[in-house]
Design a protein around this ligand. Structure first.
Ligand SMILES: [Zn+2]
Length: 74
């Protein structure tokens, strides 16, 4: 008898919290921080937003830009 592969997370597979994106999340970012960036359209209402590597890169890029602008303004 061949053993079937069991995937535990097939039903509630975690996907990226950005709407339109269904990749596997790499990190969880507090929702407030992601919302502050504004570049990403989030779905759901969890406190922490799972982000895939691509969306995390966007998030990181935007936060960097934010910080750079802040320091320039002062
Ligand atoms: Zn994503």
């Amino acid at each position: 008898m061949k053993r079937r592969e069991i995937s535990f997370s097939s039903d509630d597979k975690e996907i990226c919290g950005v709407s339109g994106c269904s990749k596997v999340p790499k990190r969880s970012i507090p929702r407030k921080r992601v919302e502050k960036v504004g570049a990403l359209n989030l779905r759901g209402s969890n406190r922490k937003v799972p982000l895939c590597s691509d969306c995390y890169r966007i998030f990181k890029k935007e936060t960097k830009k934010d910080r750079a602008m802040e320091s320039l303004g002062r």
